[in-house]
Design a protein around this ligand. Structure first.
Ligand SMILES: Cc1ncc(COP(=O)(O)O)c(C=O)c1O
Length: 412
């Protein structure tokens, strides 16, 4: 490790060889601070400054950074070879662990990132239905791959690409609808009779921050059933965070397939698609191909097993929720003391702030400005969302509330 200790030096060095100095465009904001260590609820930059972290790597560090139990399990598993390229007992045990906390599912395929799990789920849905069109919702994110990477276009039938570099053919079969509009979803099914393979949604969009209205999830379930399409829950963020395993139980609606990543591996790169056995027909015979060199690698599997073991009984989730609920309340009260009307919506382990009292989409400029001010006071959150972990404690709470009060004071 070099002894250079300036953020600026490291960032300059990074940006000379890597576009923006970061390896994911989601990290372009804040790229000028370079981090060297994460432990529990804290991050340290190369200058030795400590930050309370509510971004948690955008979700994975549900147990806090560097959780000792998971780290030990990963180290023990890794010495026997990382990528054996064959079936392993670790894969079997990780699969069984997953299914023990996703009671509605019968099959699991591991992948390595959320994007890959989504791609796998869409392929399974298209294979099972023999149809092409996939419906998704505005303001939701399912990864950076071309087919799902769309923004509103001229009409619901013509989504626009989210980025340069996408061939129009890649999102030709993607329809992008407004969230929470059940009547439009029904009409879209009628307009595209027997062409729709799946509806994919983040049932709770933690980073976008718009709750489903009453009946939207259940209505989507009914419509997909009626029209022979699959309902896919993208639980890459909600899974293992809102509940041990699947959040679907909490929401009272069971999808056909769901994707998982982030919190399920406590920071080690792992993801999965899970669902009923019949949706995986054709995979074992190689008619439906799902591949990946790193799928099921030893570190990932050990991380999943250790994470499920630690969280299965729900006590970790109850503790995280208690912390998050207290934080929600204290941030709202702190804001009120300064004459700022603020609401905290969502779930304690992943909530978001609104300045207008409404549960509005994440274009809330005031919340974004606050995130920048908070960073100056050494608190990190992402967009307008606060993620809590099992490692957040009384010290982190007092530090964060004081920083929040100071940041609001700066916003005059
Ligand atoms: C809901 C959701 N789905 C999919 C993804 C893509 O996951 P990854 O970045 O691991 O490819 C993300 C990433 O943030 C996500 O939030």
């Amino acid at each position: 490790m070099s002894t250079i200790t300036s953020n600026e030096t490291w960032h300059t060095r990074a940006a000379e060889r890597t576009p923006g100095g970061v390896h994911s465009n989601a990290r372009l904001v804040g790229a000028e601070t370079v981090f060297v260590r994460g432990e529990g609820p804290w991050l340290w930059d190369v200058e030795g400054q400590r930050y309370a972290d509510y971004m948690l790597g955008r979700g994975p560090a549900y147990l806090g950074h560097s959780p000792a139990t998971v780290l030990d399990a990963v180290q023990a598993a890794s010495v026997n070879g990382m990528c054996l390229g064959h079936a392993t007992p670790l894969e079997v045990e990780a699969t069984e662990a997953m299914l023990s906390v996703i009671p509605w599912a019968e099959r699991v395929r591991f992948t390595s990132s959320g994007t890959e799990a989504v791609q796998a789920a869409l392929r399974l849905a298209r294979a099972a239905t023999g149809r092409s069109i996939v419906i998704q919702f505005e303001g939701q994110y399912h990864g950076w791959v071309d087919g799902v990477s769309v923004v509103p276009g001229a009409s619901a039938h013509q989504p626009a690409p989210a980025t340069k570099g996408q061939a129009p053919s890649s999102y030709h079969d993607t329809l992008l609808l407004p969230w929470n509009d059940l009547a439009l979803l029904e009409q879209t099914f009628l307009d595209h009779s027997e062409q729709i393979a799946a509806v994919i949604m983040e049932p709770i969009n933690i980073f976008g921050g718009v709750m489903p209205v009453d009946g939207f999830l259940a209505g989507s379930r009914l419509l997909t059933e009626q029209h022979g399409a699959l309902l896919i829950f993208d639980e890459v963020v909600t899974g293992f965070r809102l509940a041990p395993g699947s959040a679907a139980g909490l929401l009272g609606v069971t999808p056909d397939l769901a994707t998982y990543a982030k919190a399920m591996g406590s920071g080690w790169p792992v993801s999965a698609v899970a669902g009923a056995a019949r949706w995986f027909d054709g995979v074992a015979s190689d008619q439906v191909r799902l591949s990946g060199t790193y799928n099921g690698n030893a570190a990932a599997m050990a991380a999943v097993i250790a994470t499920v073991d630690m969280t299965r009984d729900g006590s970790v989730h109850r503790a995280v929720d208690t912390y998050g609920r207290t934080l929600m309340e204290r941030l709202v009260v702190t804001a009120a003391e300064q004459g700022v009307a603020l609401s905290a919506n969502g779930f304690p382990s992943g909530f978001w702030l609104s300045f207008d009292g409404l549960d509005t989409p994440d274009s809330d400029a005031a919340a974004f400005r606050l995130a920048a001010l908070l960073r100056a006071h050494h608190v990190i959150m992402y967009r307008r969302t606060w993620l809590s972990s099992a490692a957040h404690d009384a010290e982190a709470m007092e530090f964060s509330v004081a920083a929040f009060a100071a940041a609001l004071g700066d916003d005059d």
